[in-house]
Design a protein around this ligand. Structure first.
Ligand code: ASP
Length: 590
């Protein structure tokens, strides 16, 4: 139907007769001459029509409206001097149409098909097929494609096999709620959608596959958050007979390849590595954004003999006073301080104190109870100068750190500390490995240990004995990769001995009978010779979102749910008829 794509025509095509097809981007009537910008995936080109020179085509053009689909035949001409458009790649030429065929008409679209529109996200998702016509969205699809292709090329060259694992399966524990699928053939029984291919990739190692990867869809029934969707895509990989260093090295080389092939950038490797606890103590987070400072400072010792009742009671029980110095913000508005207090409280802190260091006084809600020595102590420990603000949370460990971590992220936002993305700037990409997290964290709610990663994560071999005496102190052979404040991948070396796996199940409250029922099939495989193995799963949506400078993954998913987890395009979820429910042996209680 066509000889060229609209967006690829250049001055070198001048004199050629071409056939192009696409959407009417714009139609302008300029005193007798009609200009049509015809758009396809590669961009748009100007088509011109004169009533005398091309009477038939001109008549057809008069009826065209935005987003009509047309096929045009015409000759490529250099634009007259002064009429060039240096802002578009086809700006030196135009196509003088000799014929126009309308292939499809279009209603007026609900928003303009161009970049930087202000249509609501709901509307854009409702008409996603129109949204995807916009150049920046097509660019996103292209980038996503390039990222996935770089991943496939890389792993192919490294001797990995791409293998698919089931989508309808049994629940896999990644710490989220499962999506369930009722079984029609077995009344009362349910399948589950996989939260990740975790168990199957481990079985592939037991099967002797040695090196596996997959561009895998993961399905988790989680509450909305900007870096989450019900379904997302991971690069899932697993290797046998390797150690943590090999997996980290392979992952870094994969990231290097992704950035080189899709953005033409050379990432500096190795990425820095930080111990999990250090990350919590310095940034109040296990996924710190290193594009700005605002590091946490321990000021507990300043308050060793304090008269401040609240601080006294927390510190005497082993709690901590953790501070952040904010340069030049001694005059921060009360409403900002109140908002920051709320941020700290949402993370479980009792409150947020502050000291504004002014010329020869301080402003602080604690002004009357702070001793001179404490004020000086805080000033010195934090390196505060006149004009600076110091924020303090006094609470238990790790609440004090986590609350200040949230305050830190909020401050960066509030004070606009994150520079706009300049991809060529090496400082734009702050990668970090966060390693050696604990295997378990104590759940006060459930009164039991929960896995920090997932229950198949290996404890450090030399710490196995601690599993009996002090489970909270056991470090995992696990690693997360962080990019600009998002965890863009997590992985671990796995348990490959059945006795150790049983013990970990027991500690997280899965008794032998439950373990058998839920994971018996999996544990059985370990009785037949499991190689030492480990892997990782970087999130493709998160990587692409970061590459595009977005703060949510919805923008890089071709057909996402909204931020409130609705799907305005299809209207799902919606009720099904009684017959279908009956077939599935289900009864709605609503
Ligand atoms: N299955 C893990 C996850 O989805 C990744 C891994 O441990 O390889 O987070």
């Amino acid at each position: 139907m066509r000889t060229h794509l609209c967006g690829e025509l250049r001055a070198s095509h001048a004199g050629e007769t071409v056939k192009i097809a696409g959407w009417v981007h714009r139609r302008r009537d300029h005193g007798g001459v009609i200009f049509i910008d015809l758009r396809d995936r590669e961009g748009w080109v100007q088509v011109t029509l004169h009533p005398e020179e091309q009477p038939e085509a001109y008549a057809a053009a008069e009826k065209l409206r935005a987003e009509y689909v047309v096929a045009i035949t015409g000759e490529v001409h250099a634009r007259p001097k002064g009429a060039e458009n240096p802002n578009i790649p086809t700006g030196e030429i135009e196509v003088k149409a000799s014929s126009i065929e309308v292939l499809a008409e279009s209603e007026t679209p609900p928003f303009l098909i161009e970049d930087d529109i202000d249509a609501s996200e709901e509307l854009r998702i409702r008409y996603r097929y129109l949204d995807l016509r916009r150049p920046e969205m097509l660019q996103m699809l292209r980038l996503r494609h390039k990222v996935v292709k770089a991943i496939r090329d890389f792993f192919d060259e490294e001797g990995f096999l791409e293998i698919e694992t089931p989508i309808i399966t049994k629940a896999t524990p990644e710490g989220a709620r499962d999506f369930l699928v009722p079984s029609r053939l077995e009344p009362g029984n349910f399948w589950a959608l996989p939260q990740s291919p975790q168990l199957f990739k481990q079985l592939l190692m037991i099967a002797g596959v040695d090196r596996y990867y997959q561009i895998a869809r993961c399905l988790r029934d989680e509450d909305p958050r900007s870096d989450r969707q019900f379904e997302f895509t991971q690069l899932d990989m697993e290797m046998s007979f390797v150690d943590q260093a090999t997996i980290i090295d392979t992952t870094e080389r994969m990231f290097k390849r992704i950035f080189k092939d899709s953005l033409g950038l050379d990432l500096q490797t190795p990425f820095p590595t930080m111990n999990y606890r250090e990350s919590i103590e310095r940034y109040g987070s296990d996924k710190p954004d290193l594009r700005y400072g605002l590091e946490l400072i321990d000021v507990t010792s300043v308050f060793a003999d304090t008269q401040i009742k609240m601080f006294q009671s927390v510190i005497s029980k082993g709690g901590l006073a953790i501070a952040i110095r904010v340069e030049g913000q001694a005059q921060m508005a009360r409403k900002d301080l109140d908002a920051l207090t709320l941020v700290a409280k949402n993370l479980g802190a009792g409150g947020l104190a502050w000291i504004g260091f002014k010329e020869d006084e301080i402003s602080s809600p604690l002004a009357r109870v702070l001793s001179k020595a404490e004020i000086e102590g805080v000033r010195k420990t934090c390196g505060a100068s006149t004009g600076d603000l110091v924020l303090i949370v006094c609470d238990s460990d790790p609440t004090a750190f986590m609350a200040m971590g949230a305050v830190r992220t909020d401050l960066a936002d509030r004070l606009d500390l994150i520079p706009a993305l300049v991809p060529e700037d090496p400082e734009a990409w702050k990668f970090l490995w966060v390693v050696d997290p604990p295997v378990f964290e104590w759940s006060e709610e459930e009164k039991r240990w929960d896995p920090v990663h997932h229950p198949f994560t290996a404890p450090k071999a030399e710490q196995e004995a601690l599993l009996d005496s002090d489970p909270g102190a056991v470090t995992a052979e696990a690693y997360d990769i962080v990019l600009n404040g998002w965890e863009v991948g997590g992985g671990s070396m796995r348990i490959h001995r059945p006795d150790l796996q049983r013990k970990v199940f027991e500690l997280i409250g899965i008794d032998e009978e439950t373990a058998k029922r839920r994971f018996g099939w999996f544990l059985k495989a370990f009785e037949f010779g499991a190689p030492p193995h480990g892997g990782i799963a970087p999130g493709i949506d998160r990587i692409v979102a970061k590459m595009m400078g977005l703060d949510h993954i919805r923008g890089v998913i071709p057909f996402p749910k909204t931020g409130a987890y609705t799907d305005p395009m299809t209207g799902a979820p919606d009720p099904v008829d009684q017959r279908t429910l009956k077939e599935l042996h289900l009864k709605s209680t609503d």
